[in-house]
Design a protein around this ligand. Structure first.
Ligand code: ZN
Length: 89
């Protein structure tokens, strides 16, 4: 790992202090650093899986319902202006 970054970036005035403490801990406790790394990758993978799943769900939805058809949620709006819009954001 090269340095520590906030994602999303923040302008919190305590950020630098936090990073300093964090980097000190990591330097002294290599096992902890390794564990953090492992958790980070596990988390990333889980998020990716979730995104893939949602993408698959969305495309299934779009295949079965036309974009200009009425939305299945009975809002009376077109699908593309209702739940599809929500699903794509
Ligand atoms: Zn809807």
């Amino acid at each position: 790992m090269s340095g520590v970054l906030f994602d999303p970036p923040t302008n919190d005035p305590l950020k630098q202090e936090f990073l300093k403490i964090f980097q000190e801990i990591i330097q002294y406790d290599k096992k902890y650093a390794k564990r953090l790394e492992t958790h980070y990758f596990m988390f990333k993978e889980a998020m990716q899986q979730k995104r893939d799943y949602q993408k698959a769900q969305n495309s299934l939805l779009t295949e079965n319902i036309g974009r200009n058809a009425l939305c299945p949620c009975n809002s009376g709006k077109k699908f593309k202006k209702c739940c599809l819009l929500v699903a794509e954001t």
